[in-house]
Design a protein. Structure first.
Lengths: 328, 374
C-alpha cells in the first residue's frame, strides 16, 4: 500500500470512512438520503433489500458517483480524488464487464501498470494476487471465457492487487462455490485483523452475521441502523429481547421467571429442554436470572446455557426492515 | 523539494499515460468494430492504385503506338499539327499514322440533297502523350492532345482527393469512429469503471486516451497518405519521379500532406473526444461538426477560427483552381479566399484542440459510472 507523503491519510484524525449528510438522487429517483456514517476499521456489512442503496453508498465512497449533497471522505481522502483514493482503496464492483481481449493476468497487470508501477513489480504483484484468489490455472485465459465464479474472483483480485487499506466489496461472494466462499471470508477476516477497512454488501444474512464486526442497515435509501449487531439489537425497544435458556425442568424455570417483573413472555422450547423468554429489560432480567441460578439447585433446575436468541443480523433485519428479499 | 515531488509526479503520470496508451492500442488496432476505418483510409489508396494501373495500361499503349510509327516523335512534333492542314502535310511532319481508321459519312448538303464525305482519324504518340487528329475529306478538322504524364494536373487531382475526400470525410469519420468511442464505447461496453477504479487522475486518463487515439489515427491515416503518394507516383518514370520529388517540391508537398494529416487527427480527435463525453448519440454531434466544417467559408471571420478545416485548408500545399463555369457557391467551397499563414494555422489548430481538451478534462472529472441510464 502506498500513502503519499504528508497526505491526509496519515493523520490520526482521518482514520474513518465518513459520510456527512450525504444524499444522492438519480434525476428524481432517490439513491440514498441524508446519510451520516463514520465507519471504523474491521468488517462492516451493508445490509438491505435490492434498491435500498447499498451499491450507491459504495459508489459514493469510491467516487464512481458524486453526491448530490454532502461530503464523503475515506481516511481523509476525498472521494473525487481517485489518484490518492485508489492508492489506499480497492473496489470489487458488481459490474460484470472487462476491457475486451484481456486475459486474467493481463487484466491485473494492466491495472497495476495504470497505478504507475513498473513492469517487474506489476508482474510480481499480479501473480501474487492471482495465487491469492486461486486463479493460477486460468490466468492466461481470456476473461471472456471465464465462468461467473472466476469473473467474481478476478474482480476481487483487482480490488486486492495493490494491498489496499480499504476494501469495498459489492456482493463479493456471489457466484462462488462453498469452498471459495470460505476462502474469501478467511481472506477478508485476515485483512480486517491487520487493521483494514472491509466494507461488504450482501443480502445473504447468515454470512453477514458470521463475518461482520458491524452492520449498516439500509432501507429505501435511508440508513436504518448502524453499529455492532448486539448494540443495534439493544436499541430496538419495540421488540423484546429473546433469550434462550437451556436447562433441566424448563416448566419450573418458566413458572419462576414469570414471577419476575422483567419477563413478559415465556415459551417452552419444542424439544422440552429449554425455555425461550422475552424481556424489555435484558440487564434486569439477567440479574434476576443470576439470582435464580444461585438458588437453582434448590429448585432442582440446572441451567446449562443462556444465549440471546435474536441479536443476530437476521433478527435485527426482520425487526427493522422486514423479511423481504433476503437470503437466510 | 517541490521540484522533486513535481518531477516524481510527472514521471508517474507519464507511466500511467503509457499504460493507458498500451491498453487502448490493444483494443483499437485490429478491433472488429474499427475495420471500417481501415477501409475508409484505404479507399484513396485503392483509387490511386486503380488510376496508376489504368494510366500504366495507356502508357503501354502509347509506347506501342510510338514504336509502330515511321518516325520517333517529340512533343513539339505533336504540337506542330494544326487544323486546316492536309493529310499529306500531317504525314510529312509525323509520318504515316501508326493507328488510323476511316469511314464514309452521309452528310446533308441541303433539302433532299446529301453527299458522301470521308472521315479519318490518325493516332500518333511520342511515347508519353497521344495526338488524335480528325480529318474531313483530307483536311485536319480537329486536333486533340492527351497529355499522358502531366504531373501538374495529377498533383491537382491528388490535392482534390486529399482535401475533399481524405481530409473532410476519411479522417473526419475515422476520428469520429476512434475518438468518440474512447469513452462512449466503454460506457456502452460497461467497462469504463476499470479505469475509474485505478489511482489515476481523470485528466491523466483523458490525456492517455487522447494520445492513444492520436497514435492510432495518425498511424492509420499517415500510412494511408504515404501509400497514396507512392501509388500516385508509381506510374511515372523514375526520372519524372526524381524531377517531381527533388526539383518540383514533391517531397516537400508529401511532408506537408503528412503534417496536415497529423494536425487533422489532432483537431478532429479533440473535437470528437469531447463530443463522445457530452453526447450519447454520435450521429448528432458528427452531423453538427460536419455541417459546421462545410459552411466554414460562409461564416464570419471570428467564427471561422473555431474550425479545423479553416486552418487545414490554409496549410494544403497545392491550390485547387475552380474550373471555369463553376457556380459561385461551389467555387467558394473549393477556393481558400481567406488563407492564414502556416504558423498561424498550426498554432490555431493546436489552440482549438487545447480548448476542446480542456472542455474534455472538465467533463471527465464530472463523469459518473451509471451504466443503467445509458
Amino acid at each position: 500500500m502506498s500513502v503519499p507523503v504528508n497526505s491526509p491519510g496519515n493523520s490520526a484524525a482521518n482514520d474513518r470512512i465518513v459520510f456527512e449528510d450525504v444524499s444522492k438522487f438519480y434525476g428524481e429517483i432517490l439513491g440514498v438520503n441524508r446519510v451520516n456514517l463514520s465507519i471504523p476499521p474491521g468488517i462492516t456489512s451493508l445490509v438491505g433489500p435490492n434498491g435500498s442503496g447499498k451499491t450507491t453508498l459504495m459508489n459514493l465512497m469510491t467516487g464512481l458517483v458524486r453526491p448530490t449533497r454532502g461530503r464523503v471522505e475515506v481516511l481523509g481522502y476525498k472521494a473525487d480524488d481517485p489518484e490518492h483514493l485508489f492508492a489506499i482503496l480497492g473496489y470489487s464492483t458488481q459490474f460484470d464487464a472487462f476491457p475486451k481481449g484481456l486475459t486474467g493476468y493481463q487484466f491485473l497487470y494492466s491495472y497495476l501498470r495504470l497505478s504507475g508501477r513498473d513492469a517487474q513489480t506489476a508482474e510480481q504483484m499480479a501473480w501474487r494476487t492471482i495465487e491469492r484468489v486461486n486463479l493460477v490455472d486460468a490466468a492466461k485465459r481470456n476473461i471472456a471465457g471465464y465462468s461467473k465464479g472466476m469473473r467474481q474472483r478476478i474482480r476481487l483480485a483487482q480490488a486486492l492487487a495493490h494491498d489496499p487499506k480499504v476494501l469495498v466489496l459489492d456482493e463479493p461472494l456471489n457466484g462462488l462455490d462453498p469452498l471459495a466462499r470460505s476462502e474469501m471470508i478467511a481472506l477478508f477476516r485476515a485483512a480486517a485483523a491487520q487493521g483494514c477497512y472491509v466494507i461488504i454488501s450482501s443480502h445473504i444474512l447468515h454470512e453477514v452475521d458470521v463475518i461482520s464486526d458491524q452492520v449498516i442497515l439500509l432501507s429505501n435509501g435511508y440508513v436504518v441502523a448502524e453499529g455492532q449487531i448486539a448494540t443495534v439489537r439493544g436499541e430496538i425497544q419495540e421488540h423484546p429481547t429473546q433469550i434462550l435458556i437451556r436447562c433441566t425442568r424448563p416448566r419450573e424455570l418458566a413458572a419462576k421467571m414469570l414471577e419476575d417483573a422483567h419477563t413478559i413472555e415465556v415459551t417452552i422450547h419444542k424439544d422440552e429442554k429449554g425455555v425461550l423468554l422475552k424481556t424489555r429489560d435484558a440487564d434486569g432480567f439477567y440479574l434476576a436470572l443470576n439470582q435464580l441460578a444461585l438458588n437453582g439447585n434448590g429448585n432442582g433446575i440446572d441451567i446449562e446455557s443462556i444465549a440471546p436468541a435474536d441479536d443476530d443480523v437476521l433478527s435485527v433485519y426482520e425487526y427493522l426492515i422486514g423479511n423481504e428479499e433476503v437470503v437466510r | 523539494m517541490t521540484i522533486a515531488i513535481t518531477s516524481g509526479k510527472a514521471r508517474i503520470w507519464w507511466a500511467q499515460i503509457k499504460a493507458v496508451i498500451r491498453l487502448e492500442m490493444r483494443k483499437t488496432f485490429f478491433a472488429k468494430r474499427g475495420l471500417w476505418i481501415y477501409l475508409v483510409a484505404a479507399l484513396p489508396v485503392f483509387l490511386f492504385i486503380a488510376f496508376a494501373v489504368a494510366t500504366s495500361g495507356r502508357q503501354h499503349q502509347r509506347a506501342s503506338v510510338a514504336r509502330r510509327g515511321e518516325k520517333i516523335l517529340t512533343y513539339q512534333d505533336l504540337l506542330a499539327v494544326k487544323p486546316g492542314m492536309t493529310s499529306e502535310e500531317v504525314i510529312a511532319i509525323l509520318g504515316k499514322p501508326p493507328v488510323n481508321f476511316h469511314w464514309a459519312e452521309n452528310r446533308p448538303l441541303g433539302p433532299g440533297v446529301t453527299a458522301n464525305v470521308l472521315r479519318e482519324n490518325y493516332h500518333y504518340s511520342d511515347g508519353q502523350n497521344d495526338l488524335f487528329v480528325g480529318l474531313l475529306d483530307g483536311k485536319v478538322d480537329s486536333v486533340n492532345i492527351d497529355n499522358g504524364n502531366n504531373l501538374g494536373q495529377d498533383s491537382i487531382m491528388f490535392a482534390g482527393v486529399f482535401q475533399f475526400f481524405f481530409l473532410r470525410l476519411a479522417i473526419f469519420f475515422g476520428c469520429l469512429g476512434i475518438f468518440m468511442n474512447l469513452f462512449r464505447g466503454e460506457i456502452l461496453d460497461r467497462s469504463l469503471h476499470f479505469y475509474f477504479l485505478a489511482p489515476v487522475r481523470r485528466e491523466v486518463l483523458m490525456v492517455g486516451k487522447f494520445l492513444a487515439g492520436l497514435l492510432a489515427t495518425c498511424t492509420i491515416f499517415v500510412a494511408s497518405e504515404l501509400l497514396q503518394t507512392a501509388a500516385f507516383l508509381w506510374h511515372f518514370s523514375p526520372s519524372a519521379r526524381e524531377v517531381y520529388l527533388y526539383h518540383n517540391h514533391g517531397l516537400e508537398h508529401a511532408a506537408v500532406y503528412v503534417g496536415v494529416t497529423i494536425l487533422a487527427c489532432v483537431g478532429y480527435g479533440a473535437f470528437f473526444l469531447v463530443a463522445g463525453m457530452l453526447f450519447r448519440n454520435p450521429i448528432l454531434p458528427a452531423a453538427a461538426i460536419l455541417i459546421w466544417e462545410a459552411i466554414n467559408p460562409f461564416l464570419p471571420g471570428i467564427l471561422k477560427q473555431f474550425s479545423v478545416i479553416y486552418y487545414l485548408k490554409s496549410l494544403c500545399p497545392v491550390e485547387i483552381p475552380s474550373p471555369p463555369g463553376t457556380p459561385p457557391l461551389l467555387a467558394l467551397l473549393i477556393s481558400n479566399t481567406d488563407p492564414v499563414s502556416a504558423p498561424v494555422a498550426v498554432v490555431g489548430i493546436v489552440i482549438v484542440a487545447l480548448i476542446a481538451l480542456y472542455a474534455s478534462s472538465l467533463q471527465v472529472r464530472r463523469m459518473e459510472i451509471n451504466y443503467t441510464t445509458e
